[in-house]
Design a protein around this ligand. Structure first.
Ligand SMILES: [Mg+2]
Length: 190
């Protein structure tokens, strides 16, 4: 298991990791998910501090892309419809010049088991399936969607002295619609 001080990147499943696993099934086939703002802040902070972050999910929706783009994750690091997650994590590592031992992988269900074993630090939420709990290096005290992501990202950045927030530091990417809406409401530039 890789020490948090030596972690260079993060890779996350989505459902059951960023969420509690719930989806709201719409008539048009869309699936709506609820994300936790504290998780999101930690991912943005990791990106601002130069950590590559991969999203590796069996799901597929425009909202997954737009949500993670807004957290500073480029589309090429978002792997949707991933049936076999380990080759996708290896692909991500290769593109960023990383080894598997450099990466935290977080997953909660059976398709994540092999990747949990292969990553430098495999972590699952407290409510992950039994197979994940057996395969992971660490079983979190937090459940999926309930600050599980925040906990592992914050611990890692703190271990490296990178858990900092400078209000003057640009995020380095656009909030797009979020910013436009805020400007419209507040009348000031964000
Ligand atoms: Mg999952």
């Amino acid at each position: 298991m890789t020490d948090l001080k030596n972690i260079k990147a993060f890779a996350f499943d989505v459902d059951g990791v960023f969420t509690d696993g719930s989806v709201l099934a719409m008539d048009n086939g869309d699936l709506l998910r609820i994300f936790n703002a504290k998780d999101s802040f930690s991912v943005r902070t990791a990106r601002v501090n130069g950590f590559p972050v991969a999203i590796i999910t069996g799901g597929c929706s425009e909202s997954i892309i737009s949500r993670f783009n807004s957290l500073g994750i480029p589309s090429e690091d978002i792997y949707q419809m991933s049936k076999n997650k380990l080759p996708d994590l290896q692909h991500f590592c290769k593109r960023h010049g990383l080894e598997l031992k450099d990466v935290v992988f977080a997953g909660d269900d059976v398709p994540d088991v092999e990747t949990l074993k292969a990553a430098g630090l495999g972590i699952c939420p407290k409510d992950a399936c039994v197979e994940c709990q057996e395969a992971a290096d660490v079983v979190s005290d937090f459940c999926g969607g309930k600050r599980f992501v925040r906990d592992i990202v914050e611990r890692t950045l703190r271990a490296q002295g990178k858990w900092k927030f400078d209000p003057d530091q640009p995020w380095g990417f656009s909030y797009r619609d979020e910013v436009n809406a805020a400007q419209f409401k507040s009348g000031r530039h964000v």
